[in-house]
Design a protein around this ligand. Structure first.
Ligand code: OX2
Length: 833
């Protein structure tokens, strides 16, 4: 099969002329979907268009893969249990620089590009910030031309779809794959197998060498599915490789033959369960064995894959760490440290010390939270039964590590027990963060404050041991998706003044500063904001049937529902305002629309109750004739990436109100600010750095600082004191407790009120007064639209630091030691046979 006809970058199939594009859409509809336009559904057209775009990035993708495999380049592997990439189509159009042409071709075909873009079901393969960060990083890695693979899990069911029924969250299974996924290509030829269960046994080889063999109870197959990750206007297209589990043999024929049909398919079902569903907990571990199986499964698949690729060009694994920089996105993939040791020692017969040297130089670990309920630990029993050989390897890593600890801290048993991988304070556990720290050359937090707290608190003893390992990389978000794609109006306005260099180098936004003084520009700025606000108002009308005033102040809090994020503090402010308006109908404050969005973990009682609390307060306020449109409270169901793209551009005020010291970084805070919202926030996570950058006069600060929080708790925090000493606060809590927002039922929100009065672990009552006063400043400031616009422009102008390009550059320089590689585009010519 030799053809002299090259596959060109642009040819009859992949050209960018309008006619070629139109023909390609029709071809794909016909040959892939098997449909004529007359009977095609919107999804059919979407798929036809998606395949058309995929064809136009395949040359770049294949060239990138080839260059990376052939050349001796160091590759970044981002190991993450979550990738919340969001819809691909429009993002790829922008990155490939073909959005205008494709729009024209689609329009001339009698189709609506906006509708087709909106037909895409987003892959919800993550819970929140951690998964979305991984996606922003993949975008930046490609845009900066850094060779990279994102390794993860291809969940059949991603994060649940949220519906609101009678004010409560209802979870619906996310069937994102049901109408097909045009962006992935299965690579069954690169499948690997993964062991589970069974036992280990020693043996001696022909050279009298001692080894251990793992005799598994069962073996599962991992099949990779590749998705292209385009970079912005570069040829690099990196790969996100997600693993799906499958049984090695579909049927156990022995059982089948004796008539046990159900028993025979058991194995198949069990194996396929591994990648069936994403655990919907954000920062709350669920100590289920299946979760550990997921983690080990994708980690083992990924490491075997790296080794396979490595051995294509290298005689052995001696230089593995020079070719691969593997980042552990939190502790979910931390078992990789032990698994790479196992592979090197058991399979490739490396001597322990030599293997450990490779391992230590390969991994780096990012910590994303200090919350104790999120720190992963596995009961020894579960771990040992599922992964007997891996546990032995962990014991040996620990034994050698503790010997080091004894040298550094002689006669200090305290240090042994705080540092050991095994927690022996009660039931015995494997502490995954300890394994990650010991096996990594760098450990980073995700914002300055957070990285400092990591050193001061949860990993303090590791910091004493290895101060040089610790560093910070402040999170960032991609301006391609979060500005260019989601806010085209504002982006065009910016570009009209300073050119489009900012899209690749966000620091160029600085040039906007001088336009803050330009009255005409401020007017245009407001018009851009007003346009998207109107758009969101229409969307709200359509989704929840509530009319909101598009001129009102859009006050937005969208993120996972969690007590530490304090959505209920926001509600306390709403009730305060409501009471003020009721008792003083002439109260001179700008009308506000409060917009909430976010999912609660299905098993998180308080979070679910907070959703009901928001909707219940909304029901009262929204239907109070005295209030009219001066106050509206909207809970928009099913917050996800797609909805985020709609809401960030429309916000006037960004609520970043977590208890100081609890939010590691936050990334929504950056997206709001980049789109011209002002922030009301505590000194927590990246808020601290955002405020530093935009200037304190352009940021609404309130609340206790982290040291003040600690001191208050140390002294014995008594929330009731605030209740008794702040009449306004007392009035609000009493109103809730009376059943005013629950049709007279005092029970419905008793758990919330009692929690605040008698425990209040997140110090809402301590921060209440400061928050309310700060909100009054916001209201005052909003009345001066000229000055508000000025502040808004300055916020955007000073957001350069928070591009994920900067974060990735930091990782490359300080942790990975990797270089960009530019990809040359070549026509593909088949070689003579
Ligand atoms: C989140 C953190 O809560 C958030 O502050 C941070 O911005 C994000 O990760 C990305 O770094 N699960 N989700 C997080 O941490 C964990 C664990």
């Amino acid at each position: 099969m030799v053809s002299q006809n090259p596959i060109k970058i642009e040819d009859d199939r992949t050209g960018l002329e309008i006619q070629t594009l139109r023909r390609a859409i029709l071809d794909n509809l016909f040959y892939i979907q098997g449909k004529f336009p007359e009977i095609a559904t919107k999804n059919d057209f979407y798929l036809a268009l998606a395949y058309t775009i995929r064809d136009r990035l395949l040359q770049r993708w294949l060239n990138t893969m080839q260059t990376e495999i052939k050349n001796d380049v160091k590759k970044v592997c981002y190991l993450s249990a979550e990738f919340l990439v969001g819809p691909h189509l429009e993002n790829n159009l922008i990155n490939l620089g073909i959005a205008e042409k494709v729009k024209q071709a689609v329009t001339e075909s009698g189709l609506n590009i906006k509708e087709l873009i909106e037909a895409e079901e987003e892959p919800g393969l993550g819970n929140g910030g951690l998964g979305r960060l991984a996606a922003c990083y993949m975008d930046s890695l490609s845009s900066l031309e850094v060779p990279a693979i994102g390794y993860g899990i291809r969940y059949e069911f991603g994060i649940f779809d949220q519906e609101i029924k009678d004010g409560w969250q209802v979870e619906i299974t996310d069937k994102w794959l049901q109408y097909g996924n045009p962006w992935e290509i299965a690579r069954p030829e690169a499948s690997v197998t993964v062991n589970f269960g069974g036992y280990t046994e020693p043996y001696t080889d022909g050279h009298n060498q001692f080894h251990v063999r793992w005799v598994p109870g069962y073996v599962v197959k991992g099949i990779p599915y590749d998705t292209p990750i385009t970079g912005y206007k570069v040829n690099t297209v990196n790969t996100m490789r997600l693993w799906r589990s499958e049984a090695c043999e579909s049927f156990d024929f022995q059982r089948f033959n004796v008539g046990d049909y159900y028993g025979a398919v058991d194995d198949k079902v069990n194996s396929e369960n591994i990648t069936k569903v994403l655990y919907p907990n954000d920062e709350q571990i669920e100590g289920k064995e299946l979760r550990l199986r997921q983690q080990y499964f994708f980690v083992s698949c990924s490491l075997q894959d790296m080794i396979r690729i490595h051995l294509l060009n290298n005689p052995n694994l001696d230089n593995f760490h020079e070719q691969w920089a593997v980042q552990l996105n939190d502790t979910h993939p931390a078992v990789a440290v032990a698994e790479l040791m196992r592979l090197l020692v058991d399979i490739y017969e490396y001597e322990w010390g030599k293997a450990w040297n490779i391992v230590e130089k390969t991994f780096a670990y990012t910590n994303h939270t200090l919350l104790p309920e999120a720190l992963e630990k596995w009961p020894i029993e579960i771990f040992g039964n599922l992964l007997p050989r891996v546990l032995e390897v962990i014991y040996e890593i620990n034994r050698r590590f503790l010997d080091q600890v004894r040298i550094k801290f002689p006669n200090d048993d305290g240090k042994i027990s705080t540092l050991s991988i095994i927690d022996e304070s009660g039931e015995r556990y494997v502490r995954m963060a300890h394994l990650a720290c010991i096996g990594s050359h760098h450990i980073n937090g995700v914002a300055e404050l957070h990285s400092q707290l990591v050193k001061d608190t949860i990993l303090h003893d590791f910091y004493l041991l290895w101060p040089q390992k610790f560093t910070n990389v402040t999170n960032g978000v991609t301006p391609r998706r979060w500005m260019v794609q989601s806010n085209p109006r504002l982006s065009k306005l910016i570009t009209s003044k300073i050119g489009d260099g900012w899209i690749k180098n966000l620091q160029e936004l600085k040039q906007l500063e001088r336009y803050a003084e330009d009255q005409t520009f401020r007017q245009q700025w407001r018009e851009a904001k007003q346009f998207v606000k109107q758009d969101l108002a229409n969307y709200i009308q359509e989704k929840v049937g509530i009319t909101v005033n598009p001129e009102s102040l859009f006050d937005v809090q969208v993120k996972r529902i969690h007590e530490y994020k304090r959505q209920h503090l926001n509600v306390l402010h709403i009730i305060t305002l409501y009471k003020q308006m009721k008792s003083n109908p002439n109260l001179d404050v700008p009308p506000r629309t409060f917009i909430f969005g976010g999912k609660a973990a299905p098993g998180y009682f308080m979070a679910k109750r907070i959703i009901k609390f928001i909707t219940a307060v909304g029901d009262v306020v929204n239907n109070d004739g005295d209030i009219g449109d001066r106050l509206k409270v909207i809970f928009l169901p099913d917050y996800n990436v797609t909805f985020g793209q709609r809401v960030y551009p429309a916000a006037d005020l960004s609520e970043q109100i977590s208890t100081a010291g609890k939010e590691a970084s936050g990334t929504g805070n950056m997206k709001f600010s980049m789109n011209g919202a002002l922030t009301i926030g505590t000194l927590d996570g990246a808020n601290v750095e955002i405020r530093q950058e935009v200037g304190e006069e352009n940021f609404f600060l309130f609340g206790l600082t982290t040291p003040e929080v600690l001191t208050l708790k140390d002294q014995g925090y008594v929330p009731r004191r605030y209740y008794h000493s702040i009449p306004e606060l007392k009035g609000v809590l009493d109103l809730i407790a009376s059943g005013f927002f629950s049709h007279g039922d005092p029970e419905l929100f008793r758990s919330i009120v009692d929690n605040l009065l008698y425990d209040d672990p997140y110090l809402l009552l301590a921060d209440y007064k400061s928050y309310i006063e700060c909100q009054e400043k916001v209201s005052q400031a909003y009345k001066d639209q000229e000055n508000w616009s000025k502040m808004s422009i300055l916020n955007v102008a000073r957001m350069g630091k928070f591009s994920s390009d900067r974060s990735i550059q930091d990782y490359c320089n300080n942790i990975w030691n990797t270089q960009p590689v530019s990809i040359e585009l070549k026509d593909y010519v088949q070689k003579e046979a």
